[in-house]
Design a binder for this molecule. Structure first.
Ligand code: SF4
Ligand code: SF4
Length: 455
């Protein structure tokens, strides 16, 4: 029997071959990314190319009409999905105006010692927080024995990273060199951005320091209760990547190891940049874990590094929320970047809600952005989030691990990111595909083998 293909057969075979190639690449990449659930689901997708590849060899009535109909539909659907089309209606950017009192954040509240002056003054000002905080303090606590994910090696490693950043705390406030070099803002900006990347940053941007970037009052250690008096003109924000494999097991111990490590890396880059600026004669301050005087995601958004998503974290173009942010403020002459406004990210977060569905602490809202004292934004319930941390012992990170924007920075996922940016329809299609391939509520991945095998 000979096969003499006519035009519909050739179209069908071509579409089948292209679809096969796409699914094959998806299977290989998923395997390389250790996304074994996605590998299984992608194998099911092979049915589509198989259909196109098999039909030309069959013989049934109206075969050519069927072939042309299916091929036309698939081609049209593909074109519609990749065409730029954005409904911007009802998505606005909002400027922030409220200042946050650092004493209200959980890291500050959890450290208040019963009977201390700070304890008395805080709860006399905020009696409504006392009961919640006492309940949290009764839990095992972050990085503690008795917590769900306690693991001696993993918690000791995470603690070591946090202690290393803490060692920087005594070296933050220093005077600049006495001779201020007269520098060109463009040249210095270019140098700082390149140097930050050489030091390990993924991206770096600059904004003017705004009032709402800084805490109203500070809430850590010897600064406790002081007004924030930071009067620098500019803020340099940069991001460092959180390793995907370490985050995949979230909320297990590798998450907090990775958090500690990246806070340490961000801290070391920030210390370097601040020291460099002082060496050339300009005031500067590194904002690092435990000693931020600014609210890093707000600074980073205004410095053009990303948009604020449903979980309140910075959503960066190629790594989504899978980053940590470092900030340096300074009076050195610099050129600023345009702030980010990404209606596509806000639109996707509106429909996605995967982080909210997967959050073990039920701390992420399913609603649209809300009016929080006049600022329109998403904000997580920090008490519920932190409560979960004090039980599980890590900083959880489940939301970051499941976010569709957190996939690796590679050709396939960047193609999807481009589609998410381009098209309202593509976003809806991509969300369905993400749920299909990775699961709506994916089970946590394994702790990386190098950790398991060495313990
Ligand atoms: S998981 Fe979905 S809703 Fe949550 S931040 Fe990521 S994209 Fe937005
Ligand atoms: S870190 Fe965990 S508990 Fe906190 S918001 Fe994210 S998923 Fe929820």
């Amino acid at each position: 029997m000979s096969f003499n293909p006519d035009i519909p057969d050739i179209i069908s075979l071509t579409i089948g071959a292209l679809l096969f190639l796409m699914v094959f690449v998806l299977i290989i990449l998923s395997a390389l990314e250790k996304e074994y659930y996605s590998v299984k689901k992608s194998i099911i997708l092979l049915l589509f190319p198989a259909l196109f590849l098999v039909i030309p060899f069959l013989d049934f009535p109206y075969q050519n009409h069927v072939l042309l109909g299916i091929s036309g539909f698939i081609s049209l659907a593909f074109i519609v999905l990749v065409l730029p089309f954005n409904k911007r209606k009802k998505i606005y950017d909002y400027t922030f105006s409220n200042k946050v009192d650092e004493r209200d954040i959980m890291f500050s509240r959890i450290r208040l010692k019963e009977g201390s002056e700070n304890h008395k003054s805080y709860y006399s000002e905020r009696p409504e927080n006392k009961e919640t905080d006492e309940r949290l303090k009764a839990n095992p606590g972050l990085l503690s024995e008795g917590s769900t994910y306690y693991n001696l090696f993993q918690f000791a490693s995470a603690n070591a990273s946090f202690e290393t950043v803490e060692a920087y705390h005594d070296h933050l406030y220093k005077d600049p060199a006495p001779i201020k070099k007269d520098l060109d803002a463009k040249q210095l900006t270019r140098y700082l951005k390149s140097w930050s990347k050489k030091l390990g940053a993924v991206d770096c941007g600059i904004t003017e320091l705004k009032d709402y970037h800084t805490y109203s009052k500070l809430g850590r250690k010897h600064n406790y209760g002081n007004d924030c008096t930071l009067d620098h003109k500019y803020a340099i924000a940069f991001t460092v990547e959180m390793d995907k494999d370490m985050m995949a097991a979230a909320p297990a111990g590798s998450t907090v190891m990775e958090s500690g490590l990246q806070y340490m890396n961000a801290g070391s880059i920030a210390m370097q940049l601040a020291s460099f600026l002082r060496n050339i004669g300009y005031e500067s301050l590194a904002h690092i874990d435990g000693r931020y005087e600014v609210i890093a995601p707000l600074v980073a958004k205004d410095a053009g590094l990303g948009e604020l998503g449903r979980m309140g974290l910075l959503m960066t173009p190629n790594l989504g929320p899978r980053v940590r942010i470092g900030v340096v403020t300074t009076n050195a002459p610099l050129n600023i970047d345009s702030p980010t406004f990404a209606p596509d990210v806000i639109d996707f977060c509106r429909i996605c809600k995967k982080c909210a569905d997967c959050c073990p602490g039920k701390a992420i809202s399913h609603q649209d952005r809300e009016d929080i004292n006049g600022d329109i934004r998403w904000q997580i319930n920090q008490e519920e989030c932190f409560k979960y941390w004090t039980v599980c012992g890590t900083d959880c990170g489940r939301c970051m691990a499941v976010c569709p924007y957190s996939h690796p920075n590679n050709l396939l996922h960047n193609f999807v990111r481009k589609g998410l940016k381009n098209s309202y329809l593509f976003r809806r299609f991509a969300l369905k595909m993400d749920n299909f391939l990775y699961g709506r509520k994916p089970a946590p991945g394994d702790t990386p083998n190098w950790i398991k095998n060495l313990e």
